[in-house]
Design a protein around this ligand. Structure first.
Ligand code: PLP
Length: 510
């Protein structure tokens, strides 16, 4: 019996349009520009033999490829990673911070950052994101808040932020790096979603350009390399070798990564950078035109809207009507049109596009969205008609007033939005223990999640994707978190608890 390949083959053979990671879009871009490579992948699954170099001591071909990547991003050094951005985040935190070192951490971070805190024993000072009033999405941290924190506590060693977000919202990192430089703190940026930014000036500037000391990028997410292939960059700024302990960082990369780094991954990084270097700008400009066109086309409709974000390659389609939530929209796109989004949240779906997508993908998306509008606008109209006929029995012929339609469909009521909890506005200042203290506590018990308000969690609760924990070890559990898990259990994949029925949670007795 073979378990994995037949199912993967069935799914991928059947898939028409990939609007999810990895960036090579089912190999389409590789088959087009690197056909021989794409067809003979198994042959290049080699190891460290004469001439293949060694990732952990790169002196030949891997070194040259890393240097090319370094030039593309204008870094001081760029290291290839074969265990994703995850390992780059872990190695950065573990190498630059020691037990009990204080680190400011953007709380809506990926779980890898919290895992780095557990492994290093560093003490987080969480900084909570500013929330956009219209969309309830995270806008990242406020530099004024960061400055207050840095002014108050001279012992802080560094700052960890994430930008651009999964939703394509970018932070003004230059303001943040100005502060970290002034206060002599290390700035680490989880830039998992920003590797493609170098391909067009309309995209956000890279964090290196804006002064970050270390940046980690998932090349596999938005450029055409294989899943798990990422890079870690060190900034090319003055005195960087005094600020960042590069030797220690390399030691951790050696410790945490496999001693048999995959040549499939490393060659795919090399290919991705070759494509980016030779055709990236041309392909990105075409992609951005397609995205602009589709956004323009659907500018005025009653059913959904597009998020106006900084990284336009992330298309977040937010529904405007109650009868169509994120999961329903995801199911329709996938089930009816074979268009596979990256993920859905409570309100919408996120499409991750890349230079691997082509015009055909967008014309299929356009057709699907047109049909969704037709279907749901009719439902919207009939609801208004029923409502109107109840309130005005005498009126036989009911005219649909355009303003009514908009009122019915829009959900920008600020009070209502505040009530709606999502992964960003649910986060609250509830740190009691460090993640490591909670993770290692000996005095613990397992209780029902529904009865756990005010207890200190030893576990994570992580809606996945996007992988941003709404509860991390060491935080006090709130009613809002419990309500979120219960009310979203059928529509959102929630990970983190050891009890996979999400009924019980381990808490600290302290
Ligand atoms: C913001 C963020 N950081 C880090 C990661 C981890 O990246 P990787 O999958 O390359 O390990 C992810 C993955 O989704 C992410 O969304």
């Amino acid at each position: 019996m073979e378990y994995i390949y037949p199912k993967i083959k069935q799914i991928t053979d059947n898939e028409e349009v990939s609007f999810h990671v990895p960036g090579h879009k089912n190999g389409k871009i590789l088959l087009k520009y690197e056909e021989e490579y794409a067809k003979e992948l198994y042959k290049i699954d080699t190891t460290e033999i004469n001439g293949t170099d060694d990732l952990h001591d790169a002196k030949e071909i891997i070194m040259h490829s890393q240097i090319r990547a370094s030039k593309l991003y204008n870094s001081y050094k760029t290291y290839f990673l074969v265990n994703g951005t995850t390992v780059g985040i872990l190695a950065s935190i573990m190498s630059q911070f020691k037990e009990n070192d204080k680190v400011v951490v953007q709380r809506d971070c990926h779980k890898a950052v919290i895992n780095g805190l557990i492994l290093s024993g560093a003490r987080p000072i969480y900084i909570y994101p500013k929330i956009d009033k219209r969309t309830n999405l995270s806008l990242g941290i406020e530099s004024l808040k960061l400055e207050e924190i840095l002014k108050k506590d001279k012992d802080i060693k560094g700052v960890i932020i994430s930008s651009p977000s999964y939703y394509g919202i970018a932070q003004d990192i230059s303001k943040i790096s100005k502060l970290t430089d002034e206060y002599k703190k290390i700035l680490i940026v989880d830039e998992a979603h920003g590797a493609h930014s170098i391909l067009d000036d309309k995209l956000p500037k890279t964090s290196l350009e804006q002064g970050a000391d270390i940046s980690i990028m998932s090349i596999h997410k938005t450029l055409p390399s294989f899943t798990q292939s990422s890079v870690l960059h060190i900034n090319n700024k003055e005195d960087i070798t005094k600020k960042i302990d590069i030797d220690r960082l390399c030691m951790y990369l050696k410790m945490l990564q496999s001693s048999s780094p995959s040549y499939l991954l490393m060659t795919s990084l090399d290919k991705a950078f070759k494509i980016a270097e030779q055709k990236g700008k041309f392909l990105m400009s075409k992609l951005l035109k397609e995205i602009k066109k589709i956004k323009e086309y659907f500018k005025n409709n009653n059913v959904f809207e597009f998020l106006d974000n900084d990284d336009m390659t992330k298309i977040y389609i937010k529904t405007k009507i109650n009868s169509l939530n994120g999961k329903k929209m995801h199911d329709i796109l996938e089930g009816r049109y074979n268009i596979i989004p990256e993920f859905h949240d409570e309100k919408g779906v996120l499409l991750v596009t890349s230079i691997g997508n082509d015009e055909k993908d967008f014309s299929k998306l356009k057709r699907a969205l047109e049909e969704i509008i037709k279907e749901y606008d009719i439902k919207n109209k009939s609801k208004i008609e029923v409502k109107a006929s109840k309130t005005n029995q005498k009126t036989k012929k009911i005219k649909i007033n355009q303003n009514d339609k908009i009122k019915e469909s829009k959900e920008y009521n600020e009070d209502e939005l505040k009530k709606e909890k999502n992964i960003f506005n649910i986060l609250d200042d509830n740190l009691v223990l460090t993640p490591k203290e909670a993770f290692n506590t000996k005095s613990k018990q397992i209780i029902k999640l529904k009865d756990s308000v005010n207890q200190i969690s030893n576990e994570f609760i992580i809606p996945y994707p996007p992988g941003i924990p709404i509860l991390v070890p060491g935080e006090r559990i709130t009613k809002a978190i419990i309500d979120y898990v219960i009310s979203n259990k059928d529509t959102i994949n929630i990970l983190g608890l050891k009890d996979d029925t999400n009924t019980n949670i381990e808490v600290s007795n302290s």
